[in-house]
Design a protein around this ligand. Sequence first.
Ligand code: SF4
Ligand code: SF4
Length: 220
Amino acid sequence: MQKTACECCGTCCRKGGPALHTEDRQLVEAGILKLGDLITIRHGEYILHPISDAPLPAKEELLKIQGKGGSWCCKFLDNDSLTCTIYNNRPLACRLLKCWDPDDVLKITGKELLNRFDLIPPSNPLFSLTKKHDSECPVPDITSLVDQLFDKKQREETLARMSGLANRDLQARLYAAQMYHLSLADELFYFGRPIFRILEQVGISAKESVEGLSLHYNCI
Ligand code: SF4
Ligand code: SF4
């Protein structure tokens, strides 16, 4: 039978927390959402579309609520009761999402998105540090990366380039974490997911040694 009301099954929350919109800024200002509850999704990273479930590259940077236990399941979902632990203060997209009638959430999808630079004061040294990291360690174009890895002639050069990028990314995070005492959760807000994690989705795995990370391609 067609749903007409939310059955609180938790399925949408398990697929990942919502993208935040400018209206949700007040939740951060009120301390309901801490910076360490949020994860930056950088331009070009693949994310699940809220309705179609298709992974698509982010057209612009956005913030989502962090997952838990190594999954994208929203950290505010109570696994036992399948209820939202911030229900009365849940973000705009959660209030509008009706899995049986996507019109309302589609109206706001991709519009008036909040990003980390809306929340970090420009006077905070992490503002310029994250800007620098963003330009020096951009998320690679996943589509062309797949083509380059598929082509055996380009593969080694591509892996060497990606190794350089993944190591630069890690060094920037390490520096910021030590300098500004960032927790791992804070780091995900300020820098997003590490490049080597993003590369896993195209079949690249990382090995760590004293010289840093070296990347390997496992055909997928
Ligand atoms: S909106 Fe749909 S998927 Fe989400 S909790 Fe309600 S019934 Fe489940
Ligand atoms: S904030 Fe609440 S309603 Fe929104 S995804 Fe998380 S658990 Fe679900």
